[in-house]
Design a protein around this ligand. Structure first.
Ligand SMILES: Nc1ncnc2c1ncn2[C@@H]1O[C@H](COP(=O)(O)OP(=O)(O)OP(=O)(O)O)[C@@H](O)[C@H]1O
Length: 642
C-alpha cells in the first residue's frame, strides 16, 4: 500500500507556520440598493490601503492596510492571478491550501468565489489551473502519477452535509494520527477533466441551503466548501504517496439580525453563522499574531479547515465589503476583524447627500483609488465641501439608529488601540460570555417549564417546595443574576398577585426541587460526615455548571470512603454509560459538563471509541485530574440521589 509521506516546502524544509494572507475586495456601488442615495462610506487609497469614514467624527477617516486591496474595478482574473494562482503549485507537492471569501451578506463573496458565466470566479479558475498544472507535470515527470478528485459539502447550522449526496445526515469530522482531518462518509468523486468537474459541481450547488434575507435575495445561509484533492503516487517502489488538499470556501454572510429581519429558524441560522465566523476570525487572528493555542475546535468550520489553514498550509482570506452606507456597520466590523491595525487620519470624506440617480456617477468618482499624490487643491476643496455639508462633530450618515451606535461604541472599545494579545483575550472573553449566556438561557427555559408545573401544585405542596428550595445554592445563584430576573418577567408578574416581593423571587425555588433531592436522599445512604456542610466551600466549579445541585464541599480525597462500595460502583457504571452512549444533550445532563466539554467528549469518542473506565475522561482535552475529581464527586452524589 502506498504510504503518505511528510512533506516539506520546496523552498526550505523545516515545518513552519504560515500567515493567512488577508485581501480586501470592495464591490462596485449598486444604485438600486441605496434607496436614500447616501453614497459611499468607504474607498480605496492604493494597492494595500483603504479608508472608511470615522463614524464618531466625519472630519476624520479610518485608514486600514492589508496584504492586498482590490478596488471596485478589479477584475476576477486579477484577483485569481494575484491571490490564488501562486498557491496552487504547492498542492502537487502534497501541501494543503485554502481560499475563503469572508464578509457581510451581499458584499460579493459568491461573486468572488463562483462568479458568473461571463465573469467566472476563483472556483472555476482554480480547478482549471489545477488540471493544467497536473497535465504539465505528468508530461515532465514520468515516475509519478496524479489523480484529481472533488468533494463538496456545506456546513449548515453546525451540521456537515454532503452536497454530492444530499440525502446523507450530519457527517462527523475526525482527525487521524498524522493530524489529517477526515470526514468519513463524505462522497469523493474522481475527475478526469475540467468539464467533468462542472457536471458534478453545478447540480450539487443547487443543493446548497440558501434563503432570502432582507439584504440579499439569494443569501447563502451555509458555508459552502469545495475540496479538490490532488493525489500524487510514485509508480515505482517504495510507492510513496502525497496528498494535497485545496479548500475553496464561500462563507455564509455575517449579518446584523436587527437589520435583516431574521426571526425563528433564520435567527438560529444567524447564530450558528456568526459563531463560526467569529471563531474563524479568532483562528486567523491567532495564526497571524503567532500566539499559542489556535481555537480550531471551537467550530465545525475551523475544525474542518484545521489541516489547511495555518501550519504548513497556504491560506488566503478575501474579505468582501460593500460601499453603501447601509452596510456601514458590517463593513466596519469586517474591516476590524480583517485588519492588523488602523490609522485615524484627519481627512474628511466627501459625503453630501445626493439623489439616487446621481449617486452612481458620484460614487464612481469617489471610488477611483486615490493616492497620496492626489492634488492638494482637490483635497482642500473636499474639506471645504465637507465643512459646508456637515459642520461640527458629525454622526455617521446612515447608522444613526441608537442601537447601531451602541454596538459601534462597544465594538470600538473592544477593538481599538489594544495590543494584539489583549485584543485576542477580549475576543475570547466575548465568545465565552456568549456561551455562558446561551447556557443560562437553556437553564432558564428548563426552569420556566418547571415553574409551569409548580403553578399547578396545591398551595401546601408549594410552600413545602419553597422551603426546600432555600437550601439550593445553584438556584440562588441564578436568582441573584440580573439575567434571570430580566428574562423572566411573565413569571414574576404571575407571582406578584400572591406574594410579597421577597417571596416573588421564590417562584424559582420549587424548580430546584429535583436538584435538592440528591442531597436529601444522600443523607440516607451516606455517613453523616458526607452530608452537606456550609463550612468548606473552596471546591473548584468549572465550565458554566455553577448551578449544580450537589454540594462539593466535602473534602476531595476522602468522600468516597463514606459511601457504600456497591452504590459507588453502580453510580460509576451509570456515569460510564452516559459517557459512552449519551448524546450531546445527555452528556450535558452530567454535573460539571457544559456544552464545550460535552462536544469534546463526543469528539474523543469518535476518534478513540468507548471509554473503558470513568477515569479515561482525563484523556479528554481540558479535563485535568482536579476537574475529574470534582466531576466524579458531583456526579456520584447526584446519581445517588436519583
Ligand atoms: N466585484 C463585483 N463586480 C460586479 N458585481 C458584483 C461584484 N461583487 C458582487 N457583485 C454583485 O453584488 C450582488 C451580491 O453579491 P453576492 O451574491 O456575491 O454577495 P454575497 O456576499 O455572496 O452574499 P451572500 O452572503 O448572501 O451569499 C450580486 O448581484 C453580485 O453579482
Amino acid at each position: 500500500m502506498a504510504q503518505r509521506v511528510a512533506v516539506s516546502d520546496g523552498a526550505g524544509g523545516s515545518k513552519r507556520t504560515s500567515r493567512v494572507r488577508v485581501a480586501v475586495r470592495l464591490r462596485p456601488y449598486m444604485d438600486k440598493q441605496d434607496e436614500k442615495g447616501e453614497g459611499s462610506c468607504v474607498r480605496g487609497l492604493g494597492p494595500q490601503n483603504l479608508e472608511i469614514i470615522n463614524w464618531r467624527n466625519s472630519t476624520e477617516t479610518l485608514q486600514y492596510q492589508f496584504d492586498v486591496f482590490y478596488g471596485e474595478q478589479t477584475t476576477q482574473q486579477e484577483v485569481f492571478l494575484t491571490s490564488v494562482k501562486p498557491i496552487l503549485p504547492h498542492l502537487l507537492n502534497g501541501q494543503n491550501a485554502s481560499v475563503f471569501a469572508y464578509g457581510p451578506t451581499g458584499a460579493g463573496k459568491t461573486h468572488t468565489m463562483l462568479g458568473s458565466q461571463e465573469q467566472p470566479g476563483i472556483i472555476p479558475r482554480a480547478v482549471r489551473e489545477v488540471f493544467h498544472l497536473v497535465r504539465a507535470q505528468e508530461k515532465e515527470v514520468d515516475d509519478w502519477s496524479y489523480t484529481i478528485g472533488m468533494s463538496y459539502l456545506e456546513i449548515y447550522n453546525e451540521k456537515v452535509l454532503d452536497l454530492l449526496s444530499p440525502n446523507t445526515q450530519d457527517l462527523p469530522i475526525r482527525e487521524d494520527k498524522d493530524r489529517n482531518i477526515l470526514i468519513p462518509g463524505l462522497t469523493h468523486t474522481q475527475l478526469t477533466s475540467f468539464s467533468e468537474f462542472h457536471t458534478h459541481f453545478i447540480p450539487a450547488s443547487l443543493n446548497r441551503t440558501t434563503a432570502s434575507t432582507k439584504l440579499n435575495h439569494r443569501s447563502s445561509r451555509s458555508h459552502a466548501i469545495l475540496l479538490i484533492k490532488v493525489v500524487k503516487s510514485q509508480r515505482v517502489p517504495p510507492h510513496r504517496q502525497q496528498t494535497g488538499k485545496l479548500y475553496l470556501v464561500d462563507l455564509a454572510g455575517s449579518e446584523d439580525n436587527r437589520r435583516t429581519g431574521n426571526q425563528g429558524l433564520r435567527l438560529k441560522e444567524s447564530g450558528a453563522i456568526n459563531l463560526s465566523l467569529f471563531t474563524l476570525s479568532k483562528v486567523v487572528d491567532s495564526l497571524n499574531a503567532g500566539v499559542g493555542r489556535v481555537p480550531y475546535r471551537d467550530s465545525k468550520l475551523t475544525r474542518l479547515l484545521q489541516d489547511s489553514l495555518g501550519g504548513s498550509a497556504h491560506s488566503v482570506m478575501i474579505t468582501n465589503i460593500a460601499p453603501e452606507y447601509k452596510y456601514y456597520f458590517d463593513t466596519f466590523t469586517a474591516l476590524n476583524f480583517a485588519a492588523k491595525s488602523k490609522l485615524i487620519v484627519n481627512r474628511p470624506f466627501v459625503r453630501e447627500t445626493v439623489s439616487t440617480t446621481e449617486s452612481g456617477k458620484r460614487s464612481r468618482q469617489q471610488h477611483g483609488c486615490e493616492t497620496s499624490a492626489e492634488p492638494k487643491k482637490k483635497r482642500l476643496k473636499e474639506r471645504h465641501g465637507e465643512q459646508e455639508a456637515a459642520p461640527g462633530p458629525a454622526q455617521p450618515q446612515s447608522p444613526t439608529d441608537s442601537s447601531v451606535l451602541d454596538r459601534l461604541l462597544a465594538l470600538e472599545k473592544l477593538m481599538m488601540g489594544s495590543p494584539e494579545r489583549q485584543r485576542l483575550n477580549l475576543l475570547k472573553t466575548v465568545a465565552q460570555s456568549r456561551k455562558e449566556i446561551q447556557e443560562l438561557k437553556e437553564k432558564q427555559k428548563e426552569l420556566e417549564k418547571k415553574a409551569l408545573v409548580f403553578s399547578t401544585l396545591p398551595a401546601e405542596e408549594k410552600e413545602q417546595a419553597q422551603d426546600m428550595g432555600k437550601h439550593d445554592k445553584g438556584g440562588e445563584a441564578l436568582k441573584d443574576s440580573g439575567l434571570f430576573r430580566t428574562n423572566l418577567p411573565p413569571l414574576h408578574r404571575k407571582q406578584s398577585t400572591a406574594a410579597k416581593p421577597r417571596k416573588q423571587q421564590a417562584v424559582v425555588t420549587p424548580l430546584q426541587l429535583s436538584q435538592v433531592q440528591p442531597l436529601q436522599s444522600c443523607a440516607v445512604v451516606c455517613k453523616p460526615s458526607l452530608c452537606p456542610s456550609k463550612k468548606n466551600k473552596n471546591t473548584e466549579v468549572p465550565e458554566g455548571k455553577e448551578n449544580i445541585g450537589v454540594d462539593l464541599s466535602v473534602s476531595d480525597t476522602d468522600w468516597e470512603s463514606h459511601l457504600d462500595t456497591s452504590i459507588l460502583e453502580k453510580s460509576r457504571d451509570k456515569i460510564l454509560q452516559v459517557l459512552n452512549s449519551g448524546t450531546l444533550k445527555d452528556l450535558k445532563t452530567l454535573q460539571l459538563i457544559g456544552d464545550k466539554k460535552a462536544k469534546l467528549i463526543l469528539g474523543w469518542r469518535e476518534v478513540h471509541g468507548q471509554f473503558t473506565q470513568v477515569e479515561d475522561l482525563q484523556k479528554v482535552e481540558g479535563i485535568t485530574a482536579k476537574r475529574f475529581s470534582s466531576f466524579i464527586k458531583a456526579n456520584i452524589l447526584s446519581t445517588i440521589g436519583k
